[in-house]
Design a binder for this molecule. Structure first.
Ligand code: NCD
Ligand code: ZN
Length: 348
């Protein structure tokens, strides 16, 4: 197959950042996706509907004219100060569709996150009542837990109990990175789903650490073993609606990646859908792409499928070494390499 038309996809997990950076991230996202779930880990974080609505307006300013279908959805950042009223306010908001849970210190800008999950029990109760999805960065932040085990530890020591306490709460385990997480989601109740990134499908920890340390492959959750990568590929291409697309595109300035203590996060938004197509083609599963990219997430979020379509063709494209990023640059995933698929048209 050398041409593929699918319903324009949605990205259920992305970091658009703010201010001058939106000039980079929003046009890149709007070309690829119809809806995105924008993460709230800004400084300061987006903790209530009023802040989310102002962020929505800042994002909208950068949407290119040819992508007017693009609509950013926003997740609120849960802190120990989040109130039940903050949750009730979501019912009257057009742009807020979920809340995001980070343990304090678990990842970039998780400093306002939660130390003790029980402080949020009234908030989870309200989310369950109002049927608002909880998006989870599923890693413990406890320093004594090995970084490669933090996802599995979180599932065993926190998530199982959370599901027991709030059986009707819809939960997305974001950017899963392990075979343990795949198996957990497969056997979990219908209320539990997961997003999968292109980089966790394309790479494993050898790409990050063997024959030199490569900071542009560093993200959280950290890339795991080849067996984990294969379990993720199988899940994403299986047609199981519990697994859907979330790029976790998380740009950092080149200087903040190429340093002695580099930031976690990978920028893939310039070619995100082409990266997924590449993986699906490798395992002969192009027929499963539309479900994963354009249908299962919408169904989970109880939103209609997009009306716009995109066409991809088999055509070489060279990924730039770096892209403009505010006053600096960002190095995208696969910088300097070539991809064999390219988006060609946007049909309405
Ligand atoms: C993300 C970021 O930079 O905001 N980093 C990352 O490595 N994925 C935060 C996150 O989603 O963990
Ligand atoms: Zn993220």
């Amino acid at each position: 197959m050398d041409e593929l038309t699918i319903i324009k996809p949605d990205d259920w997990h992305v970091h658009l950042r703010d201010e001058a950076i939106l000039e980079r991230t929003v046009p890149d996202a709007a070309r690829q996706f119809s809806r995105v779930m924008a993460m709230p880990n800004l400084t300061p974080p987006i903790c209530n509907v009023a802040q989310a609505e102002r962020y929505y307006q800042r994002i909208k300013k950068w949407v290119p004219k040819e992508c007017l279908d693009f609509s950013p959805l926003i997740a609120l950042y849960l802190t120990e100060q989040t109130t039940v009223t903050n949750i009730a306010d979501i019912l009257n908001s057009v742009c807020v569709h979920a809340c995001k849970l980070y343990f304090v210190g678990a990842t970039t800008n998780a400093g306002y996150g939660v130390k003790d999950l029980t402080t949020l029990y009234p908030v989870f109760e309200a989310m369950q009542t109002y049927d608002i999805p909880l998006l989870i960065h599923g890693e413990t932040a406890e320093g004594y837990v090995d970084i490669f085990d933090r996802e599995a530890y979180f599932i065993k020591h926190y998530l199982l109990n959370l599901i027991k306490q709030f059986p009707k709460l819809r939960i997305v385990l974001e950017h899963i990175s392990t075979k343990v997480a795949v198996q957990f989601v497969q056997q979990a109740p219908k209320t539990i789903a997961a997003t999968i990134t292109p980089h966790h499908l394309l790479y494993n920890r050898n790409h990050l650490l063997a024959n030199g340390i490569r900071p542009h492959y560093y993200c959280l959750p950290i890339l795991k073993r080849k067996e984990d990568q294969h379990a993720l590929i199988k899940a994403a291409t299986s047609g199981n609606p519990k697994f859907f697309l979330g790029t976790d595109s998380a740009p950092h300035d080149q200087a903040k990646k190429e340093t002695s203590c580099g930031c976690a996060g990978i920028y893939n938004m310039n070619v995100a859908i082409e990266l997924y197509v590449t993986v699906f083609e490798q395992v002969n599963a192009l027929d499963k792409l539309q479900g994963f990219a354009s249908k299962f997430g919408a169904a989970f979020y109880q939103l209609p499928e997009n009306k716009t379509k995109i066409t991809l063709v088999k055509k070489n494209q060279q990924i730039p070494e770096r892209l403009d990023y505010g006053k600096g640059h960002v190095v995208p995933l696969m910088a300097g390499q070539s991809l064999h698929w390219k988006i060609v048209t946007l049909e309405t």
